[in-house]
Design a protein around this ligand. Sequence first.
Ligand SMILES: [Zn+2]
Length: 99
Amino acid sequence: MAWFRNHYECDECGAKWTDEWSCMCDDDCRQCGARHMSPYDSDDLTLVIKERGSEFIVLRSPETAEHLPDYDEVATFPSREEASAYVVEAAYLAAEDRA
Ligand SMILES: [Zn+2]
């Protein structure tokens, strides 16, 4: 598992909403209650970058995350560019693992 921000649009009433969860799971419409809407898009928030003072910290949601992202600090960089490069590399390696 990991951490995702899912984007939904209701087939019944057209309402849009987002929710964060540990999977790309279905959700019920907040407006009309229509059941089992699948996300039309998802942001992978498994790895995120947080600024703290002059440092950029990479946080990772572990495989065990379920109801909260439960972020661990995995690396610290002096610049956002380096932190972003690390995230891209880590996401690439994770995708390779799944392939
Ligand atoms: Zn609806």
